[in-house]
Design a protein around this ligand. Structure first.
Ligand code: GTP
Ligand code: MG
Length: 415
C-alpha cells in the first residue's frame, strides 16, 4: 500500500486496539483494514490488541486490565500512540489519555486524515475540513494534550497540509463559514440535478467498496481520466461522464467516493450531497473486488451504506471485478440482492459487453414501447427518441414516419 506522506519526520509508531463484542473474524478483519489505513496515513503498526467484552467500555473503551496491558506494551515497544478501531467519545479519549500518557487516536481520525490529503477540488477540501473540525470541536479537551504531544502527525493536518485550528472559538467560526459554503454548494448541486432530471437522461451511479475498481471502470468506458490507483480512497470528488450505448442511447455514469467499514458519520454528513448521487440515479452499478478475501463483508457494507443514504428500491447491477486475480471457485461469488450479476475484469476489458447488455435491459424495462406515425412536421421528435430512448425502426409512409421505439415515460408524454 502506497504511503501518503513523504516522511521527513519519523513515521508514528502505533498500537492498534479493538474490542470484540461478538464476531471475532469481523474484529480481526476490521483491525487489518485499520492497519492499512494507518499505513496510508503514514503510520506504522507495532502491535494489535483485542479485548473480548460484552460491549465497548463506556468511559475507557477497554477495561482496566487491558489498559494496564496496553500501557506496558506501549512502553516496551516505544509506541507514541494508540489507534482504537471505533470512534471514541470525548470522555473515552480523555480517560485513555490520562491513563496511558500517549497520543490517543481512533479510526475516524485516521480516515479523516487520509481524506484531507486526498481532497483535490475546492468542494472536497471544504467538505473534509468541515468533517475534521466537527470531529475536533467536540473532543477538544481530551485531544488537546494528545495533539500537542507531538505537535504534528496524523490528525493534525487539514486539506492542503494546513494545520488544523486548535482554538475553540476559531474552530467554531471556521465551522460556521465552511457550513455556509457547503450549503451553497449543495444548492448548486440540487440545481444541476434538477436540470438533469428535466432531461430524462438515464443515470448510473457507480458504487462500491474503496479500491474495487470503480474509477478504472469509468476511465475504461469513457476516457474520463479519473485518478485510479491502488490506494484507499483514491477518489473523493464525484465525476459524471456521458456514454453512448450500442443502441445509440446516451447515459450518464457517476463515480464517487468509495465505501468502507464504519464510515465516519461526520464525513457522511459533510459529503452528503456527493454521496447522494447514488440516491438520485436510475440504477446502481455495484463494483466489487472478487480477489479481496473479505468480499462478503464488503458487499454487506455497500448495501448497508446505500440504505443509510436512502438509495433503495433501485435496480442493482453487480460487477464482480478483478476476475483476472480471482483464483477460487466462481460459485462463492454471490450477491443475492443484485438484479444482475456480471463477472469480469475491467483491466482486461472483460465483461463490459455483458455489463452494457444489463444496462440496456434495465433501461428497456423502465421504458415504454411505442408504435406510432409521427407527422413530417413533428420529425424533430425522432431526435428526442434517438437521444433518450431506443429507436428500433423508422419507416417513411404517406402520413409521416412510422416508428417503433422504447422511450422513457417523460418522452412518451411529449410524443
Ligand atoms: N487485477 C486487476 N486490478 C484492477 C482491475 N480493475 C481495477 N484494478 C486496480 O485496482 C486498483 C483500484 O482501482 P480504482 O479504480 O482506483 O478503484 P476505486 O474503486 O475507484 O477506488 P477508490 O476511489 O479508492 O474508492 C487500481 O490499482 C486498479 O488498477 C481488474 O480488473 N483487475
Ligand atoms: Mg476511485
Amino acid at each position: 500500500m502506497e504511503k501518503l506522506y513523504d516522511m521527513k519526520e519519523e513515521p508514528e509508531k502505533l498500537i492498534l486496539v479493538g474490542v470484540c463484542t461478538g464476531d471475532e473474524e469481523e474484529t480481526y478483519e476490521s483491525l487489518d483494514e485499520l492497519e492499512e489505513l494507518v499505513e496510508t496515513a503514514g503510520g506504522i503498526t507495532l502491535a494489535k490488541v483485542v479485548q473480548n467484552r460484552e460491549k465497548i467500555h463506556n468511559v475507557t473503551y477497554v477495561g482496566k486490565g487491558k489498559m494496564d496491558e496496553i500501557r506496558e506494551l506501549a512502553e516496551n515497544m516505544e509506541a507514541i500512540g494508540i489507534v482504537c478501531d471505533d470512534e471514541l467519545s470525548p470522555v473515552q479519549i480523555k480517560n485513555l489519555e490520562d491513563a496511558l500518557n500517549v497520543k490517543i487516536m481512533d479510526r475516524t481520525l485516521v480516515i479523516l486524515d487520509i481524506f484531507a490529503k486526498r481532497a483535490k477540488t475546492s468542494e472536497g477540501k471544504i467538505q473534509v475540513e468541515l468533517a475534521q473540525l466537527k470531529y475536533r470541536s467536540s473532543r477538544l479537551v481530551g485531544l488537546r494534550s494528545s495533539l500537542s504531544r507531538l505537535g504534528g502527525g496524523i490528525g493534525t493536518r487539514g486539506p492542503g497540509e494546513k494545520k488544523l485550528e486548535i482554538d475553540r472559538r476559531l474552530i467554531n467560526d471556521r465551522i460556521a463559514a465552511l457550513r455556509k459554503e457547503v450549503n451553497e454548494l449543495e444548492s448548486q448541486r440540487d440545481f444541476a440535478r434538477n436540470q438533469r432530471s428535466k432531461n430524462p437522461i438515464f443515470t448510473i451511479a457507480i458504487v462500491g467498496y474503496t479500491n474495487a475498481g470503480k474509477s478504472t471502470l469509468l476511465n475504461t468506458l469513457t476516457d474520463a481520466n479519473v485518478l485510479s490507483e491502488d490506494k484507499l480512497f483514491a477518489t473523493l470528488d464525484p465525476v459524471t461522464r456521458s456514454y453512448k450505448l450500442d443502441s445509440g442511447q446516451e447515459v450518464l455514469f457517476t463515480d464517487t467516493v468509495g465505501f468502507i467499514r464504519k464510515l465516519p458519520h461526520n464525513l457522511i454528513d459533510a459529503f452528503k450531497s456527493t454521496l447522494e448521487e447514488a440516491k438520485y440515479a436510475d440504477v446502481i452499478l455495484h463494483v466489487a473486488d472478487s480477489s479481496n478475501p473479505h468480499l462478503d463483508t464488503h458487499i454487506d457494507i455497500v448495501y448497508k451504506t446505500l440504505k443509510d443514504l436512502g438509495a433503495v428500491d433501485k435496480p442493482v447491477i453487480t460487477l464482480f471485478n478483478k476476475m483476472d486475480k480471482f483464483t477460487g471457485d466462481k460459485s462463492v461469488l454471490k450477491d443475492e440482492k443484485a438484479d444482475y450479476v456480471i463477472y469480469g475484469s475491467v483491466r482486461n476489458e472483460e465483461g463490459l459487453d455483458e455489463l452494457e447488455d444489463a444496462i440496456e435491459d434495465v433501461i428497456n424495462k423502465q421504458n415504454v414501447y411505442v408504435e406510432k406515425v409521427i407527422s413530417y412536421a413533428d420529425a424533430g421528435k425522432i431526435q428526442l427518441i434517438r437521444k433518450y430512448g431506443q429507436l428500433l425502426s423508422e419507416e417513411y409512409v404517406a402520413e409521416g414516419i412510422e416508428i417503433k421505439a422504447y422511450v422513457p415515460n417523460e418522452i412518451f408524454g411529449r410524443i
